[in-house]
Design a protein around this ligand. Structure first.
Ligand SMILES: O=C(O)[C@H]1NCC[C@@H]1O
Length: 404
């Protein structure tokens, strides 16, 4: 459109995005207009952060986005796309920065990458393998967390995704780090609903990010759990206190370690509030539950959170509640609110034998697992974002809750 081009000034190219949601959680995929960046995916991530972070902030923040927004930047040329180990590279973006992996966005990306035939956007589109027996195409993503295989159901010649069948992907290895740990909460870190208690029972896991899992009852919220729709602000505060408790204490942070990955930032990225008593089991699964995930600095995932479904399955496996081959349904407040949404289904596929270190000698329950995640994504729109030189607001936009 001529008007769009008229906004193109040096350093302010219009940015074209394709938008999908996965169980209500948006993925704003930047497909055109992002500045040239090159090198390995890790180098591109560093350059994105150092040179172009205002774009991430502008695309996700208000007035174009909101506090709980999520997105992805396509990176067609990485060391693994060049060596044909992956079809496409991706940087996941959220309001506080860049994620190593993201489940709900991976489902959205898989769908879009099958549907687009724009070789400028996706140079390796024609390399996708279509399997006529299963009617699916395989998309291999190079993510900062590792290679991720996404299986996308398609029409009969593989040219378009089939929205009536779920997309699946194999999450990066999921580790249960500590289960049923008694976490003391110092008086200054407590929240009103905790009442007289001074500790809570939590589990720690890692699946591309460190997370803490805690039941809503442990946090002191009503015994009818998430179903009673507790105040989100109160839960946001309670989970931020849990995060603060862990991230400010060396003893707890020392529990956040993954064999073979010494350089990880030992901090909790998100707190998953779990309600095991609520959630319809999808067909073929052993049961269901609901969760509400607060990630980064308190952003709420509308979906059941793909990476956390894998992390929760890993904890359930470590505790002997699920076995290899078992499937479980993970719901969110949103999926529970529509009778037709199956949420996400996690299936524990296999034990990891090595991941930088060998796990052969470990007890099975102490080994990481590969979990398959299944879910749907739907298109919501196509946006082209511009920044007008004379806009009174900053280039990076703003967040109402963080106005100075
Ligand atoms: O589905 C997921 O894995 C992501 N959703 C938002 C935050 C999490 O990383």
């Amino acid at each position: 459109m001529d008007l769009v081009r008229s906004f193109a000034t040096p350093g302010h190219e219009p940015i074209a995005c394709v938008e999908l949601h996965t169980v209500g959680m948006p993925t704003r995929i930047i497909v055109k207009g992002y500045p040239e960046i090159s090198g390995t995916l890790a180098e591109q991530k560093a350059e994105a952060l150092e040179q172009h972070d205002a774009i991430r902030q502008r695309i996700l923040s208000e007035p174009r986005g909101h506090f709980d927004m999520f997105g992805a930047i396509l990176r067609p040329h990485t060391e693994l796309t060049k060596s044909h180990k992956a079809h496409m590279g991706v940087l996941y973006i959220h309001p506080d920065g860049y994620s190593n992996m993201c489940g709900h966005a991976t489902i959205a990306l898989g769908r879009f990458l099958v549907d687009t035939h724009d070789l400028e956007v996706f140079p390796q589109r024609d390399q996708l393998k279509y399997d006529p027996t299963t009617g699916t195409s395989l998309v291999v993503l190079h993510t900062p967390g590792g290679l991720v295989e996404v299986t996308v159901p398609t029409n009969s010649d593989g040219s378009r995704s089939d929205p009536t069948r779920p997309i699946t992907f194999e999450a990066v290895p999921a580790f249960a780090l500590t289960t049923d740990y008694t976490l003391p909460i110092k008086p200054e870190n407590r929240w009103p609903e905790l009442g007289r208690r001074d500790s809570i029972n939590v589990s720690f896991a890692y699946c591309s990010a460190f997370s803490c899992q805690v039941s809503i009852q442990e946090l002191g919220f009503p015994h009818d759990g998430l179903q009673s729709r507790p105040m989100l602000e109160a839960l946001r505060f309670a989970t931020s206190q849990v995060r603060r408790t862990i991230n400010s204490n060396e003893e707890y942070r020392s529990l956040l370690k993954v064999p073979g990955k010494p350089g990880l930032d030992r901090c909790i990225f998100g707190v998953m509030v779990v309600d095991k008593a609520w959630g319809t089991a999808h067909e073929g699964t052993r049961g269901g539950e609901t969760g509400l995930y607060f990630f980064g600095k308190g952003h709420i995932d509308r979906s059941p959170t793909g990476s956390m479904a894998a992390a929760r399955a890993a904890v359930a496996f470590a505790k002997g509640e699920l076995s290899i081959g078992d499937s479980w349904t993970y719901h969110s407040l949103v999926s529970n609110s529509t009778s037709t949404s199956p949420g996400l289904v996690a299936t524990i596929l296999r034990l990891v034998t090595s991941n930088g270190v060998s796990y052969e000698d470990h007890e099975p329950s102490a080994r990481p697992v590969i979990v398959q995640i299944k879910g749907y994504a739907s298109y919501t729109g196509f946006h082209t974002f511009v920044y007008e030189e004379h806009d009174h607001l900053p280039r990076k936009g703003f967040l109402l809750s963080r106005l100075e």
